[in-house]
Design a protein around this ligand. Structure first.
Ligand code: ZN
Ligand code: ZN
Length: 357
């Protein structure tokens, strides 16, 4: 009984003029099969769906990969794939050119004989862009966990505590409430370091009258959340308030106006135009957002070069920022899902400037 994801992949295989697809990417393997093991490949044709994995997963793979024929492969999985291709008479096979390195490609060429290899152009990633209801339910839970973590961490943020201590407490909370891990390396950037867009938590001790920027996420049931909030410890200066208010205005303006039918480029312009109007365009050097799901960065992006049209079911972040070297920076980030007529916001932590004393 093929699942809906396999059915979509079969359509894509046909549209790409091939007879089968070999899936080597581990995230795509899990997406298609539900199998959470760390090794194996998937082979899909118009009538067959096979998961080839090794003896370590003899029990787990058949239990998880409903609808798939599970094959325990020999010393080299590609010998087993070649055998199936010969048996089925497959003449053209899509492979994942973004995943297969040159050495593996040489092995495929050698072992697959007369079967023609064709690039898949990210066929599974394209299907993954549109989340189904079960995925959105998990992503909401992952976002809820990020929100609970934000309220939990606020009392820990004070002068004299290191960024690393904050990161540790935050990660411990997420792990103890169901996260498998963080969805990326936790950013806690205080004072001047808050001007670093990717200021991973350091040993710096948080001082007074400065920004603390937190950017973190839970990796939960195979899906990522991603949130950024910036707070002030001590008394905010006029400059702190000025750039905070501009970033907040840009972020809220975008949440109000983002809708399906816009391109990723138009989505990016929603934040960028506001920040540029206030004269800070050159201090916002990254894109407005990125797709997220099973991976922390996936298609589509909200950026100046993204032509993808935003479509219901896509999940993206909205994360404008202003970074002033030597002073500090602000970013505010939420996760949203495109709906039929607008967006639903998944992360709900407060956004008015929080001043901690
Ligand atoms: Zn983030
Ligand atoms: Zn992000």
């Amino acid at each position: 009984m093929p699942n809906e994801r396999v059915r979509k992949l079969r359509t894509a295989i046909g549209e790409l003029g091939a007879e089968a697809m070999l899936v080597t990417n581990g995230v795509n393997r899990r997406y298609l099969t539900g199998f959470t093991g760390s090794a194996g490949v998937v082979l899909v044709t118009a009538s067959d769906a096979v998961l080839l994995t090794d003896f370590r997963y003899r029990d787990q793979a058949p239990a998880q990969a409903a609808g798939f024929t599970v094959v325990e492969h020999g010393p080299n999985v590609y010998d087993d794939v070649a055998g199936l291709l010969r048996k089925w008479g497959v003449s053209s096979l899509l492979f994942e050119e973004r995943d297969v390195n040159y050495a593996t490609y040489a092995v495929l060429k050698e072992k697959f004989g007369s079967t023609e290899l064709k690039v898949s152009g990210g066929a599974v990633e394209k299907i993954r862009m549109i989340k189904d209801e079960s995925e959105l339910a998990i992503m909401q839970e992952a976002a809820d966990l990020a929100d609970r973590t934000f309220s939990h961490i606020l009392p820990f943020i004070k002068p004299g505590v290191s960024e690393a201590d904050i990161a540790l407490e935050l990660e411990f909370f997420m792990r103890s409430h169901g996260a498998t891990s963080t969805s990326f390396e936790t950013i806690v950037a205080s004072g001047e370091r808050s001007a670093l867009p990717h200021g991973v938590a350091s040993d710096r001790i948080i001082g007074r009258d400065e920004f603390v920027k937190l950017d973190y996420g839970a990796y939960y049931k195979g899906y990522c959340s991603d949130i950024t909030r910036t707070v002030v410890v001590g008394r905010p200066s006029a400059k702190h308030r000025e750039i905070y208010d501009i970033v907040l205005e840009a972020q809220l303006h975008t949440l109000e106006n983002l809708r399906p039918g816009l391109t990723g480029r138009e989505g990016d312009a929603l934040t960028r135009d506001v920040i540029t109007r206030y004269g800070y365009g050159e201090y916002f050097g990254h894109g407005t957002g990125h797709g997220l799901g099973m991976e922390i960065h996936e298609a589509p992006r909200l950026s100046r070069t993204e032509d993808t049209i935003l479509t219901p079911g896509m999940t993206v972040t909205v994360e404008p920022g202003i970074y002033l070297p030597g002073f500090g920076g602000v970013r505010i980030e939420d996760d949203v899902v495109m709906t039929d007529d607008g967006i639903k916001i998944l992360t709900r932590s407060p956004k008015e400037l929080i001043v901690l004393d």
